[in-house]
Design a protein around this ligand. Structure first.
Ligand code: IPE
Ligand code: IPE
Ligand code: MG
Length: 245
């Protein structure tokens, strides 16, 4: 899959992955370290997402997919869930106002049906705006789980089967078309901030050949310089896809 080429600050060539995905972890610990409530960490994390998305667009990336709220995150205390939903609502409201001007398309991956109505309407609105132009796209995983995504894809495929589609026609490519990420190349690079080295139910299908980059930096502190370091590490990887050199 062709990756875009961007330039480093030094002018030396590097490959910018077409699609980078980020598990934005560590908001709570970032706040705790500063003696602040966890919710302050989520606010700072949301601010950092704006900054990183703009940077990704400016260096010529095509897609940035971020994990904002998982299907498992409902286990958190209702006050924390409420704060995260409020921040997401605020973010999407602002996006509706600014995304066309900033040329940022946006898509929400996840079970949107289960979200509060106001959020559902905002998602529909950002979809509508995004459909009007081309260019950099941010995907926000919201009420997202990799297993849930695969099961809901299977459910939709089963409906097509019942309508007469032949099972023998199913291929990996065709199945990918039932996922939230339909039509989007798999992420070449997946970054996890906050020190944990696990996938936490993120992009289980799409990560088949992704390169992983872990950092102890908490998400609100993960700036463009560190993203550059992750891209540099990606450039140094030897991707074989099961073949040999
Ligand atoms: C990531 O930060 C944001 C969400 C999961 C919503 P956390 O809230 O998980 O922060 P830590 O891992 O507790 O520090
Ligand atoms: C993963 O972080 C989910 C998001 C970043 C939205 P978690 O903090 O929920 O992951 P675990 O619980 O450490 O696996
Ligand atoms: Mg966490």
């Amino acid at each position: 899959m062709a990756a875009g080429t961007g330039k480093t600050g030094a002018g030396e060539n590097r490959t910018i992955p077409r699609h980078v995905a980020v598990i934005m972890d560590g908001n709570g610990r970032w706040a705790k370290k500063r003696g602040l409530p966890r919710t302050a960490g989520h606010a700072a994390g949301s601010e950092n997402f704006r900054k990183i998305a703009t940077y990704c667009k400016n260096i010529g990336m095509d897609y940035l997919t971020v994990y904002a709220f998982s299907t498992e995150n409902w286990k958190r205390p209702p006050e924390e869930v409420g704060t995260i939903m409020r921040l997401l609502r605020r973010y999407l409201n602002e996006a509706v106002e600014t995304m066309e001007r900033d040329r940022i398309r946006m898509k929400v991956f996840g079970n949107v049906e289960a979200l509060p109505e106001e959020l559902r309407l905002l998602v529909a609105k950002t979809d509508e705006i995004s459909s009007r132009y081309q260019g950099f796209q941010a995907n926000i995983c919201l009420n997202y789980g990799g297993r849930d995504e695969i099961v809901s894809a299977a459910r939709r495929y089963a409906r097509d089967l019942a309508a007469g589609v032949a099972p023998a026609e199913l291929t990996e490519d065709l199945f990918s078309g039932y996922l939230y990420s339909a039509g989007i190349p798999d992420p070449e690079l997946i970054i996890r901030t906050g020190g944990e080295q696990r996938i936490s139910n993120f992009l289980l299908w799409q990560c088949a050949y992704s390169e992983f980059y872990y950092t102890d930096t908490y998400w609100p502190d993960f700036g463009p310089e560190e993203l550059d370091r992750a891209i540099e590490a990606f450039n140094a990887r030897d991707r074989r896809f099961g073949g040999i050199k």
